[in-house]
Write a protein that binds this ligand. Structure first.
Ligand code: NOJ
Length: 529
């Protein structure tokens, strides 16, 4: 495995810091809390953590509205504690990835306060300001992703500013070289402190049309969808000029050895892969969210694996994601039995897997009562079920009243099933999903074909998804039963390395495998067969 980088051979674990571990009883997770739980992550077997934003923020969008890019919000701790976290993670062999939020700032960021102070302020063009249309209405039809128009009127200077998300999140003007340089300095600030890379927020939205053309109407819009989908984001997303910006950002990161740049990009596969950039000068990993969006059946998953593999540019390293802080949890989407199959899928596909905290214990979405609602995406569009609170609830560490998460009042409710679904209980139970994750991660670490072998023979038989990972003579066959019915499939003779059920490891699987309902198995094929 000599040639691989850590972000190719390892597994990334996403921490939503508000909900991981509280250390001071305010009901919100923090940096000392994360430090306390690093040993757990080591025993789980992941190699890197990515932490959602920890910067000072009015928390209109829970940290994605940053008011100072080079500090830590006091709710999470301080810079000294951050440095301690870097040191503690590194001393355990864990890498640390931060969230970089370049598209927008908080409306309380000093840059925006200056920008809005007058039309001739030197920072005026750090944001996107437009006059009202001739008839006094909005500059164009662009919409906010959190509901309503993307334009907010500023009475003081009599112009509108653009916000892709909340009006408290004005978009920076990435066409302005000064903005770029200031943001690259932010990147260097954290790289100098030892961080191992960044996950870049909404990378595909950074550049907007310079002619401010109206977006086309979406003919397929369904009234139950987010209002934003009424138009197609032709002129507000995935603009051609973005790639030059991404390459420059990559250049900044590459000036430091052994770092990674990951892009958050929600686009169809053929557009997504363009973010690897010409000659791989773009992000190292454009997040691949196909598994979040696909129908959960063997045909659909086989199709996206094949499409993705085919679309990857020469030398590009793939990656897969099952969940994150913006989407319903995998268990709630497909049920606990299939979640075990999903774990095997995630950890045997070719490319870097990212695990969302709690996935390894099969955490469910937690229902949120109206009075507990936090997420502005839901508050702004009530009833549309856009809210992301259910997948952001506190990690249940044990079965006690407050789940070992806090001694105070948790900022979001703890799942009512936490007496059963928690780290402590699952650590002690051999057949828990947590131990399945540990075994899968262990097998992956020790099996070079699973890390760097090519993926081959992707196919479907009945409802069984099958593929092989091959490296030299080594052939690892993965069979995943995506259905609730048992099935038998034939294969070259081999030995069963791991099942999503416990009792089969080491079984001689002969020429065919019997798969129970919702079972996945990994078979090492005998050489020369
Ligand atoms: C993407 C983040 O993942 C999401 O949580 C946030 O609300 C938006 N970007 C806006 O920053």
């Amino acid at each position: 495995m000599q040639d691989l980088k850590w972000w190719q051979s390892g597994v990334i674990y996403q921490i939503y810091p508000r909900s991981f571990q509280d250390s001071n009883g305010d009901g919100i997770g923090d940096l000392p809390g994360i430090i306390q739980r690093l040993d757990y992550l080591v025993t789980l077997g992941v190699s890197a953590i990515w932490i959602s934003p920890i910067y000072p923020s009015p928390m209109a969008d829970f940290g994605y509205d940053v008011s100072d890019f080079c500090a830590v919000d006091k709710v999470f701790g301080n810079l000294a504690e951050f440095d301690e976290l870097v040191g503690e993670a590194h001393s355990r062999g864990l890498r640390l990835i931060l969230d970089f939020v370049p598209n927008h700032t908080s409306n309380e960021h000093p840059w925006f306060l200056e920008s809005r102070s007058s039309r001739d302020n030197p920072k005026r063009d750090w944001y996107i300001w437009r006059d009202a249309a001739a008839d006094g209405t909005l500059p164009n039809n662009w919409l906010s992703r959190f509901g309503g128009p993307a334009w907010e009127w500023d009475e003081g200077t009599k112009q509108y500013y653009y916000h892709s998300f909340l009006k408290q999140q004005p978009d920076l003007n990435w066409r302005n070289p000064r903005v770029r340089h200031a943001m690259y300095d932010v990147v260097r600030f954290w790289l100098d402190r030892g961080v191992d890379g960044f996950r870049v927020d909404v990378l595909w939205l950074l550049i907007k049309d310079d002619q401010f053309r109206d977006n086309p109407v979406n003919p397929g819009y369904d009234a139950g969808e987010s209002m934003h989908n009424r138009i197609l984001p032709l002129y507000t997303a995935d603009r051609p000029e973005i790639h030059e910006v991404v390459a420059a950002m990559r250049g900044v990161v590459d000036a430091y050895p052994d770092r990674v740049l990951i892009g958050e990009i929600y686009l169809p596969i053929e557009h997504l892969v363009t973010y690897y950039g010409r000659d791989l000068s773009g992000v190292n990993l454009p997040f691949n969210f196909q598994l979040l969006q696909t129908m959960w059946n063997a045909e659909s998953i086989a199709r996206i694996i094949a499409e993705y593999e085919k679309a990857l540019p020469q030398g590009a390293w793939p990656n897969w994601v099952l969940g994150n802080h913006d989407n319903p949890r995998i268990v709630s989407r497909i049920g606990p039995a299939q979640a075990r199959v999903a774990a095997m899928l995630l950890l045997t596909l070719r490319g870097t897997p990212t695990i969302y905290y709690g996935e390894e214990i099969g955490m469910n979405d937690v229902p949120i009562a109206p009075e507990q609602l936090q997420d502005p995406a839901e508050k702004n569009q009530p009833g549309l079920r856009q809210g992301r609170d259910p997948e952001r609830t506190p990690m249940p560490w044990d079965g006690s009243l407050l789940a070992g998460f806090t001694s105070g009042r948790p900022w979001l409710p703890i799942g009512t099933d936490h007496a059963r679904v928690n780290v402590k209980a699952f650590s002690e139970s051999r057949d828990s999903i947590l131990n399945l994750y540990r075994r899968l991660l262990g097998l992956r670490r020790s099996n070079s074909a699973l890390i760097q072998g090519r993926i081959d023979a992707v196919g479907v038989e009945e409802n069984i998804l099958r593929y092989e990972r091959r490296q030299g003579e080594e052939r690892i066959l993965i069979l995943l039963n995506l259905s609730h019915e048992s099935a038998r499939v034939s294969h070259p003779p081999g030995r069963l390395l791991l099942s999503t059920y416990l009792d089969r490891d080491g079984e001689d699987s002969g020429h065919s495998a019997f798969l129970r309902a919702n079972e996945g198995i990994i078979v090492q094929i005998e050489p020369d067969s």
